[in-house]
Design a protein around this ligand. Sequence first.
Ligand SMILES: NC(=O)c1ccc[n+]([C@@H]2O[C@H](COP(=O)([O-])OP(=O)(O)OC[C@H]3O[C@@H](n4cnc5c(N)ncnc54)[C@H](O)[C@@H]3O)[C@@H](O)[C@H]2O)c1
Length: 252
Amino acid sequence: MSALSNKIGLVTGAGQGIGRAIAFSFAREGAKVVVADFNEAMGQQTVELIRDFGGTASFIYGDISHEDTVKTTVDFVLGTYGRLDIACNSAAVSRGSGPIHEYERSIFDETLEMCLTNTWLCMKYQVAAMLKNGGGAIVNISSNASLRGQAFNTAYAAAKGGVNILTKSAAAEYGAKGIRINAVSPGVILTPGLEQYFEEQPEKAEGLRKKSVMNRLGTPEEIADAVSFLSSDRASFITGQILSVDGGGAVR
Ligand SMILES: NC(=O)c1ccc[n+]([C@@H]2O[C@H](COP(=O)([O-])OP(=O)(O)OC[C@H]3O[C@@H](n4cnc5c(N)ncnc54)[C@H](O)[C@@H]3O)[C@@H](O)[C@H]2O)c1
């Protein structure tokens, strides 16, 4: 039996990059997966990749920073597959960087909305669904930017720091109800999102490429493997943890 056989999963931001790899990994490990994204074409493509592999997946379109969309998304999972067992909140948007004294308040607010508030909203409805079936597992995608702070990336680093403490607090709140909640903190992972960041800020690219002690970038599949493990019953006594998957970047 595979690690996630008979599980029903939801992955936000599964249209590309890390989220897509997680959705694929869930399906490869035997779960039926709902792919959520506000990029319809890419989300549908993820579903097709899973179906071509022989897995079961469905797509739901929407911006999960809006509460009504999150509710619709979780209702869609329950309506399509009857319950929700595992969820990964990977959707996030990083909006630029720069010194605090020149940073726009609107961009700070938007970063919190798209990286932290969205995760809280998703957990609110995912937990409610999981309570109905007596438990489940949630993995939030954080970032190593949250661990020691990151100059000129304060809004994103603070938002992801919020994701960490949200994860730990919620784990404490729902552990006795059978819901495990962990986070995976990626180092520098080669995704379309990262490639866009390198294009926008080429001066940052060289330093980021050398961030891990293994002197290479990570792959989305390496993040997905950790998420699938934490979502599976093999991690049945693990909750409230922030697991860095970073090629040792955090100990450099
Ligand atoms: N790539 C890295 O090096 C890296 C490092 C640390 C953390 N992360 C985190 O990993 C996660 C995935 O990153 P990635 O590099 O794969 O990103 P990406 O930009 O390549 O993909 C993100 C996906 O999420 C979707 N999305 C974003 N916000 C959404 C919303 N509100 N509603 C619906 N869909 C939404 C996008 O359409 C896209 O398909 C993010 O949480 C990111 O902060 C990435």
